[in-house]
Write a protein that binds this ligand. Structure first.
Ligand code: FAD
Length: 441
């Protein structure tokens, strides 16, 4: 089983998840493993505490060891389960095709102290300590990797049959819903809503998706690009109700604000997620408009010796001229390398990735690279009514973002062209029979 997430762009990132790391430092960690590592080792007594044992936290701990950190590494995670990957939760795990998605990391062999089922309740930067139920934990360097938490529908907290999909426990609670083929109402036609609807249909559930906006993925993609995706729902036998607002949820029924009552053996809420930073209240660590930790280009938070990485943090992107808050797997993979290098006192290049994510929905493999907010032009490659097409966004003639549906080669080439800031010929680019890389000027 691929324990490091779903399919990814093979051009980079693949194979670098935590599961691929066990051939890093040897089991007798602590011994110098190479001359290069020896030069980079740190005082053995230095303590790094990582809060959050999701992808970003685990990857940070592993990257520290890989990069030669010899002090103590303590990874504190609120969830009781061995650290696991989230993308399979809305896919194989939900359908019972996989029991879990635990990372294939030998924490003991890497000398990483795992403290699971333990929540950090406060962060006190002035004292260089975090507080847990079992007492204060001192640090020399602190990494906040607390991820995100799903937004709830107000008033539904105590209604039975209303689900979120963020954790392994959530996925396990949802398995019987699919196995029993209950009627499901999904609130929100975003990435999670679409993936859950896909799995529920595959399991044989009747599925209705209610979306307040006029189209799926309204927060993520422009109307023209999301338009062809609307048909995917009907093709899969899913009823998509746009302009539909939930007034309230009663046990067994979702009531829309126009009075429509939708029977619901289960309700799945997928209306977004916000950074999980409540623990920082009173810490003095600066938060941004979305409650995220405001990090710099080395992923340093505003307090000394504190870094922040993954879904909980935003960073300034010189590439895109704005601060980015990325809630995708690849960011939780890449960011930790910068954090580890910075803790080791190396001078890594600024963290300024080309964001990347994928989604598997309605039998399609959707991939996106870049950031299209500042684009001045977009063009299609292929017929959006067909099974495989791409969209390219340009700014000043250079490729800045790309969405590929069933065209992984476009994604792989596009990602490299975006990295390189390549100038493109729009006419050649629109010719979908031509490789993307053959459309440069
Ligand atoms: C169902 C699902 C499917 C997804 N599918 C895809 C996909 O197909 N493609 C893609 O690119 N991305 C996908 N993502 C997004 C991707 O999984 C996230 O971007 C990634 O998990 C972020 O990693 P993270 O470590 O920053 O945060 P998280 O994975 O959220 O981990 C943070 C951890 O910190 C813990 N924590 C929080 N506060 C505290 C505290 N105070 N003390 C101790 N522990 C704490 C939390 O319990 C959690 O375990 C998906 C997400 C979900 C939920």
């Amino acid at each position: 089983m691929d324990v490091t997430g779903g399919p990814r762009d093979q051009s980079s990132g693949a194979g670098h998840g935590p599961g691929a790391q066990t051939d890093g430092p040897s089991g007798d960690y602590g011994d110098p493993v190479s001359e290069q590592t020896q030069q980079r080792t740190t005082p053995a007594g230095r303590r790094v505490v990582v809060v959050g044992a999701g992808m970003a936290g685990v990857q940070t701990a592993v990257a520290l060891r890989e990069q030669g950190f010899t002090g103590t590494v303590t990874l504190i995670g609120a969830e009781p389960h061995p650290p696991y990957d989230r993308p399979p939760l809305s896919k194989a795990v939900l359908l019972g095709k996989a029991d879990g998605a635990a990372f294939d990391v030998d924490f003991a062999a890497l000398g990483i102290e795992l403290r699971l089922g333990e929540e950090v309740r406060a962060v006190r930067p002035a004292d260089h300590e975090v507080d847990t139920a079992s007492g204060p934990v001192p640090y020399d360097a602190l990494v906040l990797a607390t991820g995100a938490e799903p937004i709830r529908l107000p008033g539904t907290e105590d209604v039975p049959g209303v689900h979120l999909l963020r954790t392994l426990d959530d996925a396990e609670r949802l398995r019987p819903v699919l196995a029993d083929q209950r009627d499901v109402v999904v609130v929100g036609a975003g990435w999670i809503g679409a993936e859950f609807a896909t799995a529920a249909r595959e399991a044989g559930c009747a599925v209705t998706v209610v979306e307040a906006a006029d189209r799926p993925l309204a927060g993520a993609l422009p109307a023209e690009v999301a338009a062809p995706m609307t048909g995917w729902y009907a093709d899969a036998g899913v009823v998509l109700r746009t302009h539909a607002r939930v007034a309230r949820v009663e046990p067994g029924t979702v009531v829309l604000d126009d009075g429509t009552r939708l029977p619901a053996g289960a309700v799945v809420v997928g209306v977004g997620a916000r950074p999980a930073t409540g623990v920082l209240t009173g810490s003095g660590i600066a938060l941004g408009a979305h409650g995220e930790i405001v990090a710099d280009d080395r992923l340093r938070a505003s307090a000394p010796d504190v870094h922040a990485v993954g879904d909980c943090a935003s960073f300034p992107s010189a590439r895109y001229g704005e601060r980015l808050l990325v809630h995708h797997w690849d960011n939780a993979l890449q960011g930790p390398r910068t954090v580890a290098a910075d803790i080791l006192g190396e001078a890594p290049v600024a963290y300024d990735p080309v964001p990347y994510f994928w989604s598997e929905q309605f039998g399609r493999f959707v991939q996106y690279a870049g950031h299209h907010a500042g684009a001045d032009t977009f063009l299609w490659r292929g017929d959006p009514a067909g099974p495989a097409w791409s969209v390219c966004w340009l700014r000043g003639g250079r490729l800045v973002a790309l969405l590929a549906v069933g065209r992984p080669r476009d994604l792989a080439q596009g990602r490299r062209l975006i990295e390189a800031g390549a100038a493109m010929d729009p006419a050649l680019l629109a010719d979908h029979a031509r490789p993307l890389k053959a459309a440069t000027l």
